[in-house]
Ligand binder design. Structure first.
Ligand code: HAM
Length: 404
């Protein structure tokens, strides 16, 4: 009997995993550069956290959660996204005032699997809490943009919108409801069912795209505060030189958003899965999960989709040196260990295969340098591309480190 992974989940190995490693390493660098410390939250949380946080009319909560009862009779859900858990952890910590966190890890949604849409997928993201000022939105949006651009996604487009707040959104929603009621016979069944419950989601419906074109836009209903916030975000993006497109139909699939909403689009990807990331402001989320008022803004990026957008890439060699031993692996071990402690990425053949087989592995590894150990206590040959150097064994570690 043999096993495959369950439907909608993948193994990731070479050569693709080489790109994953590069992209995840770049994430550590960029999130640190913008001052976001790492947070690690549980992969599963109580189901109620997502029902109350993400919203119980969203597809994510009503259709896509992996929910089960644990042996203690508690309802548990594998996290479908990271924000609700991070905000819970923030409230739990008792922190006051500006608070930042960066996270990465697998998320789980029971979706119809297709290219770029998996049931287990990997997100990196940040949350910036307890700051209401638009400066936080600008910083967050810039971080995501710079990172995606730096890892090499071409044809990147930033789309932004404002979803208003508790003052102006209800007025807009009433107008939107009336608009949809008037054209109800032209809408699909799913959209009709959403008119009373969550009319914003209809703007996102692919089937009804043609008939929702004339629907009123939130940005025409913004109250003064929301308008000022939105204008400040756009000015800030101009200041840091981030191009954006205002997309009045951008609503996002999670219920917690207020004011700023945005998506990073990889134009080269299939349209249904071309959002490589998205985020926005969620000033009411902390209260909706039982905490104090704590405004926040953040994003999450889909690493599976970013890697897809990068396409096939020549793998960069991960090794600096491959050590070939003309005698036994045991003779090579002290040298290999010393080089690794010296900070070099080194591999060798542990199984005692022939010298010829070891040279083949050296070539396959892509390591630019091969070190040939002739025997315990003897000089070693160092081959860097076509150059060959004979070096005394006791000097070779320093020699290689200085020639890296
Ligand atoms: P989201 O838009 O649901 O937002 O997901 C963010 C990104 O995760 C998407 O743009 C996409 O790249 C990726 N993604 C989502 N679902 C899948 C899937 N089934 N397969 C592959 N990739 C997927 C959030 O999750 C929010 N928590 C973002 C946020 C953070 N908002 C504020 N702070």
């Amino acid at each position: 009997m043999s096993f495959q992974p369950p439907k909608g989940v993948d193994d990731i190995h070479l050569p693709e995993s080489g790109i994953w490693r590069r992209v995840l390493t770049a994430w550590e660098e960029w999130s640190e550069r913008f001052g976001y410390p790492l947070i690690i939250t549980p992969i599963f949380e109580s189901t109620e956290l997502f029902e109350r946080g993400v919203g119980d009319t969203t597809d994510v909560v009503t259709k896509q959660m992996y929910t089960f009862e644990d042996k203690g009779g508690r309802s548990i859900t594998l996290r479908p996204e990271g924000t609700a858990g991070v905000v819970r952890a923030f409230l739990d910590s008792g922190a006051q005032g500006a608070w930042k966190a960066a996270y990465s890890g697998p998320m789980f949604r029971y979706e119809r699997p297709q290219k770029g849409r998996n049931r287990q997928f990997y997100q990196v993201g940040v949350e910036y809490l307890d700051v209401e000022a638009p400066m936080a939105d600008i910083e967050v949006i810039e971080l995501g943009y710079r990172y995606i651009e730096d890892v090499g996604v071409e044809e990147l487009e930033l789309r932004i919108n404002s979803l208003g707040d508790a003052t102006c959104r209800p007025v807009y929603l009433e107008n939107l409801r009336q608009f949809f009621k008037d054209i109800e016979e032209d809408l699909c069944d799913d959209s009709v069912a959403l008119i009373d419950r969550n009319p914003l989601r209809i703007l996102d419906c692919k089937v009804c795209a043609d008939v929702v074109g004339d629907a009123p836009s939130m940005t025409d209903f913004l109250c003064n505060e929301c308008q000022a916030h939105y204008d400040a975000v756009k000015r800030g993006l101009d200041t840091v030189g981030i191009p954006f497109i205002e997309d009045k139909k951008l609503v996002r699939g999670l219920d917690y958003y207020t004011r700023t909403a945005f998506e990073y689009i990889g134009i080269g990807l299939d349209a249904a899965q071309n959002a490589v990331g998205g985020g926005g402001r969620y000033d009411g989320l902390a209260e909706s999960i039982g905490g104090r008022r704590a405004p926040g803004v953040g994003f999450a990026l889909g690493i599976d989709r970013i890697v897809l957008a990068l396409g096939e890439q020549p793998g960069e060699p991960e090794l600096d040196i491959y050590v070939v031993s003309e005698t036994t692996p045991a003779d090579a071990l002290p040298l290999v260990s010393a080089l690794r402690r010296g900070g070099l990425a080194v591999d060798f053949d542990a199984s005692g295969r022939s010298v010829k087989a070891q040279f083949k592995s050296a070539a396959k590894s892509g390591a630019p340098t091969t070190v040939i150990l002739h025997g315990q206590g003897q000089d070693v040959s160092v081959r860097i591309e076509d150059d060959r150097h004979e070096i005394p064994l006791q000097e070779v570690v320093n020699w290689l480190i200085s020639h890296k």
